[in-house]
Design a protein around this ligand. Structure first.
Ligand code: PNS
Length: 166
């Protein structure tokens, strides 16, 4: 059985992520979605909520499980016996950022990264932009699941406890 790890901050998971996970699942028997910590980002949602929202968003896709990891991605790849990492690309800028991580992960463990080109109709969707739109009172409902929209708005409310500094 082939297993791939689809990692990300998922802060929050978007419909663009769901599209990439579906495409990954079409290539591998099992996809482990890894909610991980990106040291260069400050999270709005705590890890356990990001996991819960990812599980909800991916409930309709079989052969997918969601896990949280606080360590190195390559350690998780080893632990779940995955043969590849899968990441989505929306643009050349994405590739610039992803290439460094792919090379580092291969240097650390030999794991290969497979890049998946997502649905161009969703190329505008980025978690950071979704949060920015919501922060300014704009509509996000066509870019995320209903549960994510509620969670983001709640976290951004004055007493919502967001921006946890991670
Ligand atoms: O959605 P993102 O923020 O682009 O995902 C980046 C992420 C979380 C996959 C990356 O930062 C990561 O792998 N973090 C886990 C710690 C790690 O392995 N760091 C070295 C990566 S080369």
């Amino acid at each position: 059985m082939s297993t791939a790890v689809c990692p990300g901050s998922f802060d929050p998971i978007t419909l663009g992520h769901v599209d990439v996970v579906r495409r990954a699942r079409s290539m591998f028997d099992e996809v482990v979605v890894a909610v991980a910590h990106n040291a260069s980002k400050r999270s709005l949602l705590p890890p356990e909520e990001r996991v819960r929202l990812a599980e909800d968003a991916l409930a309709g896709v079989d052969g997918v499980r969601v896990v949280a990891t606080d360590g190195l991605l390559v350690d998780l790849v080893r632990d779940v016996a995955a043969c590849a990492v899968v990441k989505g690309l929306r643009s050349g800028a994405d590739l610039d950022a992803e290439l460094a991580m792919a090379l580092m992960n291969r240097h650390l463990s030999g794991v290969e990264t497979v890049f998946v080109v997502g649905d161009p109709g969703r190329a505008h969707i980025a978690s950071s932009l979704v949060k920015d739109v919501a922060r300014h009172g704009g509509p996000i409902e066509d870019m995320v699941t209903p549960a994510v929209a509620v969670a983001v708005r709640r976290a951004l409310a004055p007493d919502g406890g967001g921006e946890d500094g991670r």
